[in-house]
Design a protein around this ligand. Structure first.
Ligand SMILES: C[S@@+](CC[C@H](N)C(=O)[O-])C[C@H]1O[C@@H](n2cnc3c(N)ncnc32)[C@H](O)[C@@H]1O
Length: 276
């Protein structure tokens, strides 16, 4: 395994993701305020929830590790006038974000860097807040990630992580080698490891973070993926035009992901403070 392999899924044409994600192209769990809320509204709720967790009031310096197609940094730049930096190893995501930042008039507040967070040199203590939504799963060395994250945060700065996790260490051991897990890890992403929440908490604690909140978002991710699956089915013709067989591949991946919620897998938000 090399960490560069994690690019293969995210370097698909950004228009593929435009076919089944919400208009902001946020590729992580939404937060549904009501039973019939739309995916688009639920993704905006989620971004406001993240802003609350990070205690954003306006103008903060914010690093988003694993920035995808820029949903979070573009939103925080527009709504909170944050000075944002997005990091991701997938070059096509950066071209897309640069174009959107221009269109939205926030190019002065949105910067990105291509690369793996674990290998980038960033100024120490230069950030007020750091977010990681669905990206730590692609990073093999948790201690290195939390150590570097804390190093870029000012004293009192906040870290928000949301991630899919195995329900406990026993589920991790039992399901890690199953065909479905292997398909998602190797055929879709290249590399990924869903740890139990306890490993994320222990990693954050070892790096010196103070844990301030843990929230269970499992049901919200199940609903998010149900919405994505409906969108994939509706976009079949356009997805097949991109790549024959893509509809079936995406459907299989999303169904595998949704099959385990609550039993083998969970989705959590973890909030930490660089207290000292
Ligand atoms: C599931 S996507 C989530 C994207 C975004 N956070 C969102 O919510 O829309 C995971 C992101 O992590 C990025 N990623 C994977 N490995 C990474 C690494 N080592 N350092 C930084 N980003 C990484 C991928 O390129 C992708 O943009």
């Amino acid at each position: 395994m090399t960490v560069a392999d994690t690019n293969q899924h995210y370097d698909l044409d950004p228009e593929v993701f435009g076919q089944f994600l919400d208009p902001l192209r946020k590729y992580s769990s939404a937060l549904y305020a009501t039973p019939d809320e739309s995916l688009a509204d639920a993704q905006v709720n989620k971004l406001r929830f993240v802003a609350e967790c990070l205690r954003l009031r306006g103008g903060e310096r914010l690093l988003d590790i694993g920035c995808g197609w820029g949903a979070l940094i573009l939103f925080m730049a527009r709504e909170y006038r944050c000075e944002t930096l997005g990091v991701s190893p997938a070059p096509r995501q950066h071209d897309y974000i640069a174009r959107r930042a221009q269109e939205l008039g926030v190019a002065d507040l949105v910067r990105t860097r291509v690369g793996h967070f674990e290998r980038l040199d960033l100024a120490p203590r230069g950030m007020d807040a750091v977010s990681m939504l669905g990206s730590i799963v692609h990073m093999p060395d948790l201690d290195e990630v939390f150590r570097r994250t804390r190093a870029v945060l000012r004293k009192g700065g906040m870290l928000y992580v949301s991630e899919s996790c195995f329900r406990n260490a026993a589920a991790h051991a039992a399901f890690d080698a199953r065909v479905g897990t292997d398909f998602v890890r190797n055929d879709i992403f290249g590399w990924g490891d869903m740890r139990p929440l306890s490993e994320l908490v222990a990693g954050a604690e070892r790096a010196g973070f103070s844990i301030t909140a843990v929230e269970d978002l499992t049901d919200h991710y199940r609903r998010t993926i149900e919405d994505w699956l409906r969108n994939v089915a509706a976009a079949e013709e356009r997805l097949e035009a991109h790549e024959p067989g893509l509809t079936a591949k995406l459907t299989h991946y999303l169904e595998v992901a949704n099959a385990g919620w609550g039993y083998t897998t969970k989705h959590y938000a973890l909030v930490c403070r660089n207290a000292r």
